[in-house]
Design a binder for this molecule. Structure first.
Ligand code: GSH
Length: 372
C-alpha cells in the first residue's frame, strides 16, 4: 500500500502535465511515476476502466482518473493555495477556460506532435524508456510503435487532416500572441495566482508545445512571456502568491481572449448537443443512463477567425461544458446577475442554455445522467 500519493503519467503527456503542475503548486508530496507497459495495459484499465494517463493513486489505494476529479479531490483536502476563484464571474470563467484549454487545444497539440516527424525521436526515447525500462532499444521501439499507432489512428477524428493544418497553425499563433501580451502584464490568466484556467492551459503548453522540438522552436520560442509562464507553472514559486484581479473583474489583456473563447465555444458546445440529440432520436432507447454514448460522433464545422475547422463532436466535451453551467446554477441571484451581464456583453448567453442533454462522465466519454 503506498504511503504517499503516486501520479502515474509520462512527462510528455498533455493531461499528466496538467496534473503534475497542479500537484506541485499545491505542495502535495507525491511520487511522479512513469507509466510502464503493464501499468498502461493492465493495471490502470483494471482500476479505472480505461487505458489512460494520468491517474492519481491515493495513500488509501484509490485510483482517481481524470484531472478534473483529481483537482476536485485535492482542493477538498488542501484548502491552502485554492485554484477555484471565490467570486462569481472569475469562478465561472475559470471553469470555462479550463474546459476550453483541455479540449479546444487538443488538435493543436496533436497536430504539432504528429505532423512534424522531427518530434518522434523524443517521443520514442521517452515513451520507450517509460514503457520498458532497461529493455534493449529495439524492443522499446516496438512497444512505442504500438502506442504511437493507436494515437495516430485518433488524429483524423480530432481534426488533424492535412487540409486543416494551416488554419490550426494560424489560429494557434494568433492566440499565443494574445497570451504573450497578457503574460507580459500578469503572472497568470486571472491575475497574481493560478486558477483552474492556468492548469488547463498548461496541459497543452508543457508536455506538447513547450517540449516537442518543432512547436518549441517554431511557436513557443517566439512568445517569451508565454514561455516564462510555462516555466512558472512547471516550477511553482514556493512563496506567498499574489491576488486575483480585483473586484471580480478580469485583466484588460485577457478580455479579447475571453471574447474569442466565448464566441468559439457557443457553436462548438451547441453542435455537440445537437449531435447527441440526433443520435438519441435516431436510436431511441439505445443509450439509457449509464450506457456510454459513442466516444465520438459526427463531424462539426467550427468557425474561427482564421477559417473553418472540422472535428468530430465529443460528448466528453459537453460534460466539461456543463461544469461552468453548474457553477452558474449554484450562484446566488446577485452572482447569476453578474455572470449573465458579462456573458450578455460578450455574446455568450448561449453558454447558459438549458437545452443540452444532461451528461455524466464515463472514463474518457460520457453517458446520459440519471438513474441507470
Ligand atoms: N479527461 C482526461 C483526459 C486524459 C487523456 O486524454 N489522456 C491521454 C494522454 S495525455 C490519454 O491517455 N489518451 C488515451 C486515449 O485518448 O485513448 C483527463 O482530464 O485526465
Amino acid at each position: 500500500m503506498p504511503r504517499t500519493h503516486i501520479l502515474y503519467g509520462w512527462h510528455l503527456s498533455y493531461f499528466a502535465g496538467k496534473a503534475r503542475c497542479y500537484l506541485k503548486y499545491k505542495r502535495l508530496p507525491f511520487v511522479d511515476q512513469e507509466v510502464n507497459l503493464p501499468t498502461l495495459m493492465w493495471r490502470i484499465p483494471r482500476k479505472t476502466g480505461v487505458r489512460v494517463m494520468p491517474v492519481l493513486r491515493t495513500p488509501d489505494n484509490e485510483w482517481i482518473q481524470d484531472t478534473h476529479l483529481i483537482i476536485e479531490r485535492i482542493e477538498a483536502q488542501i484548502p491552502d493555495r485554492p485554484v477555484v476563484p471565490d467570486t462569481p464571474w472569475q469562478r465561472w470563467l475559470a471553469y470555462l477556460l479550463e474546459a476550453w484549454a483541455d479540449e479546444w487545444w487538443m488538435p493543436i497539440a496533436m497536430h504539432t506532435r504528429w505532423s512534424y516527424p522531427e518530434n518522434f525521436a523524443l517521443f520514442q526515447h521517452d515513451a520507450g524508456r517509460a514503457l520498458l525500462p532497461g529493455f534493449p532499444r529495439f524492443v522499446q521501439h516496438k512497444a512505442v510503435d504500438y502506442v504511437a499507432g493507436y494515437l495516430r489512428r485518433m488524429l483524423p477524428a480530432v481534426g488533424i487532416r492535412p487540409e486543416q493544418n494551416a488554419v490550426l497553425e494560424a489560429w494557434a499563433h494568433a492566440m499565443m500572441a494574445q497570451l504573450d501580451t497578457h503574460f507580459a502584464a500578469h503572472s497568470y490568466l486571472l491575475g497574481g495566482r493560478p486558477t483552474l484556467a492556468d492548469f488547463g492551459l498548461v496541459g497543452t503548453m508543457y508536455g506538447h508545445l513547450g517540449r516537442d522540438p518543432w512547436p518549441r522552436r517554431e511557436m513557443v520560442a517566439r512568445y517569451p512571456h508565454l514561455r516564462a509562464w510555462i516555466e512558472r507553472m512547471a516550477n511553482p514559486p514556493d512563496r506567498r502568491m499574489g491576488a486575483l484581479f480585483p473586484n471580480d473583474e478580469i485583466p484588460p489583456t485577457l478580455l479579447p481572449i475571453v471574447q474569442q473563447v466565448v464566441q468559439e465555444c457557443v457553436p462548438w458546445f451547441d453542435g455537440i448537443a445537437a449531435e447527441i440529440n440526433q443520435v438519441l432520436a435516431e436510436r431511441p432507447g439505445r443509450f439509457p443512463p449509464g450506457k456510454p454514448l459513442p466516444r465520438k460522433l459526427g463531424d462539426q464545422i467550427l468557425p474561427t477567425a482564421q477559417g473553418t475547422f472540422k472535428r468530430a463532436a465529443l460528448p466528453f466535451t459537453l460534460w466539461l461544458a456543463q461544469r461552468p453551467r453548474d457553477v452558474f446554477t449554484g450562484l446566488d441571484a446577485a452572482g447569476q446577475q453578474r455572470v449573465y451581464a458579462q456573458l450578455a456583453a460578450l455574446g455568450g448567453l448561449g453558454l447558459l442554455a438549458h437545452d443540452w442533454p444532461r451528461l455524466a462522465r464515463h472514463g474518457l466519454g460520457a453517458t446520459l445522467a440519471g438513474q441507470a
